[in-house]
Design a protein around this ligand. Structure first.
Ligand SMILES: NCCCC[C@H](N)C(=O)NCC(=O)O
Length: 437
């Protein structure tokens, strides 16, 4: 545990995840070039991303089961194989259908990576270090998005479409070689895979789902992550530029601010979770409340929102990324290691399903208002966005409601083991009494 070998294994896994995030986000930054290459408009172009995410989300449970059975080494390398094939396909594709198939292959490989890399953490690090290492996994992986935005885009402009996507495919080949050479599923002597578990596949899935801690993780992930995803992956740019009237360089600056806050917030959040494991869901609910308040302020302020208010919204949304890692921490602490992949897969569905649902609802409400003649200034007018983006408050409310319900079950189960979660007001009174002494 916590040995130099653990850091090497984890480092290779995290590199694999960073490359997966790079592959995932590479298409989003070449929207204009893609529209020209495939001769398509915005709606078809968004289908590339939506289908990729649908594949990603729908594979989470099968991937979780497979990683429990075969271990991380096979799964991370298989994921890299699919992503390399997908990017090769994109490199040569000239029609929409072949392009979308390429993106779906990328989504498939991407789906295999995160859950498998996260599964390494509790097997190689002890319980005190694991929350921080999980956060660092998320944080370092997100740097893949910066690699898409800066060097990948520069390469595309310098060398052209095919060369750029072939380079991405080659990067996944490097991952395959490194993983096969250096990544091991678990330290020698540790139980590694489901072959040693008494449960079959169906029982494994049922046991992971029945565990309220897994569902607490899923609803945490659902509630706290989706709004940032919706903003960063689809509606943030149109809202800021077409709706709020910000210059596109200011919007790009706000997006970079989003990535910076998400990266900086990860380690302190990991330390908080390690120190206060009984306050994890409170942190999730707190950040979800801030998200609702920040969106409400931006959507109700008369006229355009001032830049400082947009920056506050972006910062709050960025906190949702690291906070969503708390969902995986629930999976880790409430499940035995032989079903951790399965539980992690269940948790990971939460945020992505919420994001896909909301992306669709926002687009649908924008189109509906236009079709009904309610947005005469255009589909992407500020007033149309106010109504469409407000749907997020419903999704947030539904997630928080489900979270609080399942949290009660978790707390009852903890109480049966003589673990009582002190109320915040008791903690506050205790803190004040200690200060007086
Ligand atoms: N620092 C933000 C990390 C967010 C990671 C996120 N919670 C997540 O679910 N990741 C899954 C993935 O495949 O990236």
């Amino acid at each position: 545990m916590n040995s130099w070998r653990a850091y090497v294994v984890w480092g290779i896994g995290v590199f694999g995840y960073l490359v997966a995030v790079l592959q995932r986000t590479s298409f989003g930054v070449v929207g204009l070039e893609a529209a020209e290459r495939f001769h398509v408009g915005g709606a078809v172009l968004s289908a590339f991303t939506v289908l990729q995410l649908v594949v990603y989300a729908s594979l989470q449970i099968p991937v979780g089961l497979l990683v429990d059975r075969f271990g991380s080494r096979i799964m991370v390398s298989a994921g890299a194989v699919f992503m390399a094939l997908g990017q090769l396909q994109i490199a040569v594709a000239e029609t929409t259908v072949t392009g979308i198939i390429g993106r779906m292959l990328v989504g498939m490989g991407d789906a295999m990576t995160f859950v498998s890399v996260l599964r390494l953490v509790p097997l190689w690090f002890d319980g005190r270090r694991a929350p921080l290492m999980s956060q660092l996994t998320g944080v370092i992986g997100q740097l893949g998005q910066l690699v898409s935005v800066i060097p990948f885009l520069a390469l595309l402009h310098a060398a052209g479409w095919s060369q750029a996507f072939m380079t991405l495919a080659a990067l996944s080949l490097v991952v395959i070689v490194l993983v096969l050479a250096l990544l091991r599923n678990a330290p020698a002597g540790a139980p590694a895979a489901q072959s040693e578990s008494p449960e079959g596949t169906r029982a494994l899935l049922a046991a992971a789902w029945r565990q309220p801690g897994t569902r607490l993780g899923m609803w945490s992930h659902f509630t706290v992550q989706f709004s940032g995803n919706v903003f960063a992956l689809m509606w943030g740019f149109p809202f800021m530029v077409a709706g709020q009237g910000f210059d596109s360089t200011v919007a790009a600056g706000l997006m970079s601010f989003f990535v910076a806050v998400a990266i900086l917030a990860g380690p302190p959040m990991g330390r908080f979770v390690a120190r206060h494991p009984l306050r994890r869901s409170t942190l999730v609910l707190g950040i979800s409340t801030l998200t609702a308040l920040a969106w409400t302020a931006v959507l109700v302020v008369p006229g355009r929102a001032p830049l400082w208010l947009m920056a506050v919204l972006v910062a709050v949304l960025a906190l949702g990324g690291p906070a969503s890692m708390i969902g995986f921490d629930f999976a880790r602490t409430f499940n035995p290691s032989h079903r951790l992949g399965t539980a992690t897969g269940i948790v990971n569905i939460g945020g992505f399903v919420a994001a896909l649902l909301t992306m669709f609802l926002v687009g649908y409400l924008l189109d509906l208002q236009h079709a009904l003649g309610l947005s005469p200034q255009g589909v992407y007018s500020l007033d149309a966005f106010r109504v469409a983006l407000a749907v997020q408050l419903l999704v947030l409310g539904a997630g928080a409601f489900a979270l609080v319900r399942v949290r009660r079950k978790v707390r009852r189960a903890l109480a049966a083991q003589n673990v009582r979660v002190p109320l915040l007001r008791e903690l506050w009174a205790d803190y004040r009494a200690r200060r007086r002494r």
